[in-house]
Design a protein around this ligand. Structure first.
Ligand SMILES: NC(=O)c1ccc[n+]([C@@H]2O[C@H](COP(=O)([O-])OP(=O)(O)OC[C@H]3O[C@@H](n4cnc5c(N)ncnc54)[C@H](OP(=O)(O)O)[C@@H]3O)[C@@H](O)[C@H]2O)c1
Length: 317
C-alpha cells in the first residue's frame, strides 16, 4: 500500500487516477484526517501501516496563483520547505521510500550555444536573437539538466517567493539521497480545470508570451510511478514531455483544435505584464529529459501530448 499525501489536491488527484488505473493499492491522506505536517503523527502512522512508498503531493501553491505566496510567506515555507523536511525525515527514520513532488520553477531561461562554441545561460527567452533558434528547435538551445544548479532562487535574489521556497525544499531533500524528487512543470491535460495550463491560457485577460517545458499531468504521474516500480536510483528527475512550447504556439494549437475564431491579446512586454497582471517574477524555462528517457521511462513528445489533450478536450461541467 502507498501513502498519498495531499491526495485532495490537483496533483494528488492525478496520482489517485494513475494508482487506480494500475490497481496499486493506496491510501489518500488529507491533513484533516491525519496531520502529516506533524512529525510524530506521521511517524506513528508510518510505523503502524508500513506503506511501500510515500508520495508527497502536498504543498502550499498560492491561490489563485503564486502571487499569493508573496503575501503568505510563512505558509509558503511551512507548506513546502518544512513539510518536505518533516516527511523526508519520517520516511528516513522508518526506512520507507519517498517520492516528493517538486517543481521546475526553480530555473529560469535555457542554455544557449554561443558563436564561439561555449554554452551560457540566457534568462530572457523573449530576447529577439533567440526567437529563430527557439522556433526551429535548434540544437544550439538546451534545457537545464538535473545536475545544473537552480538559478531562480533566494540565493540569486531574483525569484518569486514560491520558487525560492521550492528551491529550498530541494536543498532539504538533497540530504535524503535515496528519496525521489519529481519535478513537475506547468501541468496540462485534457480536462478543463483552473490549474490546467490549456485552461489558464484561455482565461487570461491577455496572454503572456514565453517559452517553457511543460508536463502532461497524467504522463507525469505515470512516470513517477514507473520510476518507483523500476527501482531507479533516488534523486532528482525532470518529468516534462520532451520538447518545449511557447504561449503563442499553444494559442495556435487551441485555435486549431477548439476555438478557430479565438484571437487573444498578448501583453506587449514584461513591463506591461508585471505592471498590470503579476506581482512576482515568473519562471520560464526549458528542462532536459535525457536522464528520464535514458532510464527507460517513457514520456510522449510534447507535441503529441498537447495535440491529444486538445483533441480529447473535456469541458468543465
Ligand atoms: N499545480 C502546479 O502547477 C504545480 C506545478 C509544479 C509543482 N507543483 C507542486 O505539486 C504539489 C501539489 O500542488 P497542487 O497544485 O496539487 O496543489 P493543491 O491543489 O493546492 O493541493 C495541495 C494539497 O496539499 C495539501 N496541503 C498540505 N499542506 C498544505 C498547506 N500548508 N497549504 C495548502 N495545502 C496544503 C492539501 O491537502 P490536504 O489539506 O487535504 O492534506 C492540498 O489539497 C505542490 O508541492 C506544488 O508545489 C504544482
Amino acid at each position: 500500500m502507498i501513502f498519498l499525501l495531499g491526495a485532495t489536491g490537483y496533483v494528488g488527484q492525478a496520482f489517485q487516477r494513475e494508482l487506480t488505473r494500475r490497481s496499486i493499492s493506496f491510501r489518500g491522506i488529507s491533513r484533516v484526517e491525519l496531520d502529516y505536517t506533524n512529525f510524530r503523527v506521521l511517524l506513528e502512522a508510518l510505523k503502524t501501516h508500513r506503506p511501500r512508498l510515500v508520495i508527497n503531493a502536498a504543498g502550499f501553491t498560492g491561490r489563485p496563483n503564486v502571487d499569493a505566496c508573496e503575501e503568505r510567506r510563512g505558509e509558503t515555507i511551512l507548506g513546502n520547505v518544512a513539510l518536505a523536511q518533516t516527511v523526508a525525515q519520517a520516511c528516513e527514520v522508518s526506512g520507507i521510500r519517498l517520492g516528493s513532488v517538486s517543481s521546475g520553477c526553480i530555473y529560469n531561461g535555457a542554455k544557449v550555444e554561443e558563436e564561439d562554441g561555449s554554452w551560457s545561460i540566457r534568462e530572457d527567452l523573449n530576447a529577439s536573437e533567440l526567437q529563430k533558434l527557439l522556433q526551429t528547435r535548434s540544437s544550439r538551445i538546451r534545457g537545464f539538466r538535473e545536475s545544473d544548479a537552480p538559478n531562480f532562487t533566494f540565493a540569486q535574489n531574483n525569484c518569486s517567493f514560491y520558487s525560492g521556497a521550492k528551491a529550498l525544499a530541494e536543498e532539504v531533500l538533497r540530504n535524503f539521497p535515496g528519496m525521489y524528487v519529481w519535478r513537475l512543470r506547468i501541468p496540462f491535460d485534457e480536462q478543463d480545470h483552473a490549474r490546467n495550463y490549456l485552461t489558464k491560457i484561455q482565461r487570461y485577460p491577455k496572454v503572456y508570451q514565453n517559452w517553457n517545458s511543460i508536463s502532461h499531468l497524467g504522463d507525469f504521474a505515470a512516470a513517477c510511478v514507473e520510476i518507483w516500480e523500476g527501482d531507479l536510483p533516488g534523486g532528482c528527475y525532470n518529468i516534462v514531455n520532451p520538447g518545449y512550447v511557447s504561449a503563442r504556439e499553444a494559442v495556435t494549437l487551441i485555435q486549431k483544435h477548439l476555438r478557430p475564431g479565438w484571437a487573444p491579446e498578448f501583453w506587449r512586454d514584461d513591463a506591461e505584464f508585471y505592471g498590470t497582471a503579476a506581482k512576482a517574477r515568473r519562471s520560464n524555462c526549458l528542462l532536459e529529459t535525457e536522464k528520464l528517457l535514458r532510464a527507460g521511462v517513457k514520456m510522449r513528445p510534447l507535441e503529441e501530448a498537447l495535440g491529444s489533450a486538445l483533441a480529447q478536450w473535456k469541458p468543465a461541467l
